[in-house]
Design a protein around this ligand. Structure first.
Ligand code: SAM
Length: 301
């Protein structure tokens, strides 16, 4: 089959997936933040350990968590990352979300997560478990607000490290979120944000990872729902962070389109995505430090 014909087929199929995602959201709301079922505890633990390892990989070399106050934006179904940050000596962990997906999390899960994470000093691990298992505390916080007013939801805290995973691509207005996030960043704060740029619906993601970029904005937004991927590309995130005074802002790609799918994935995209040099990037991490010197935007490879 020619690339043009294949892409026509994928465009038609992708419209079906956009419709399905819209309908699922109408029926169930925002319910499955990652691909792992809530009942699959082993899967949830493996997912969290994987995400936590990725966040650490993108922290500055030698970054010591001891005594740090950590903010996670949009943790989804679990505050498990918080337990791991505390186990490594962080002073506190606070999480902010628009949907209350982790509020009913069973705290016994944290003990089983820690069993699979052999790091951290015994005293820090014990403190992590005590904080996470007890009633809500300032050292292990969680605040939810549909307005995603980060300074209000931070409840007077400021932070040394702000992280997120698979969150920024869901924000309606990423630039406003970055402005708000900056208001709670202490001088010297580090940011690590893993951003998933590709199509989210499962089957089509494997076969046509750039499918969401095939549609003009008006058509794509016909299927809009809260949390629909915003299709923002790395350079726009970099510009927003730099505009707020963050320095050393970089986007480091993790995964790129499989060579077998590359030609098809880069063709047949809508304006403004057609012809962009970064369209082979599927995900990666945005990192930066606050405050700092403004420098020009760029995608490092
Ligand atoms: C794909 S989930 C990722 C959750 C978690 N970090 C993980 O890796 O499983 C996306 C997260 O973004 C949040 N979110 C979705 N739509 C949002 C919006 N419009 N504004 C702010 N946050 C949103 C969700 O509540 C959820 O926590």
């Amino acid at each position: 089959m020619s690339t043009a014909l294949r892409n026509l087929e994928m465009t038609a199929l992708g419209l079906g997936f956009l419709g399905l995602a819209w309908a699922k959201n109408k029926l169930k709301g925002y319910s499955t933040p990652n691909g792992v079922a809530k009942t699959d505890e082993e899967g949830q633990i493996a997912y969290l350990l994987d995400i936590f390892a990725a966040l650490r990989r993108f922290m500055p070399p030698g970054f010591d968590l001891r005594g740090r106050d950590v903010l996670e934006l949009s943790p989804g179904a679990s505050r498990g990352n918080g337990v791991l940050f505390l186990a490594l000596g962080a002073r506190s962990y606070h999480a902010i979300d628009v949907f209350d997906l982790a509020g009913a999390e069973d705290s016994s899960f944290y003990a089983r997560l820690l069993e699979r994470f052999p790091e951290g000093a015994p005293a820090d691990r014990a403190r992590a478990l005590t904080l996470a298992s007890g009633p809500g505390s300032r050292e292990f916080g969680y605040a939810v607000g549909r307005d995603f007013d980060i300074p209000r939801l931070a409840e007077g805290r400021t932070f040394d490290l702000i992280v997120s995973c698979a969150a920024f691509e869901h924000y309606d207005d990423p630039a406003s979120a970055i402005t708000a996030m900056t208001q709670v960043a202490r001088p010297g704060c580090e940011a690590v944000h893993i951003i998933d740029l590709q199509t989210h619906s499962r089957w089509i993601r494997e076969h046509d990872p750039n499918n969401i970029y095939r549609y003009p904005e008006a058509l794509y937004r016909l299927f809009a729902f809260p949390g629909q991927p915003n299709r923002q590309r790395p350079d726009a995130y970099i510009r927003s962070f730099e505009a707020e005074g963050w320095s050393d802002v970089r986007f480091m790609p993790s995964r790129t389109v499989d060579p077998a799918l590359r030609e098809a994935s880069l063709r047949g995209l809508a304006v403004p995505f057609a012809g962009r040099v970064d369209m082979a990037i599927l995900d990666g991490a945005l990192t930066g430090r606050y405050p700092g010197i403004v420098r020009s935007a760029g995608v490092s490879r």
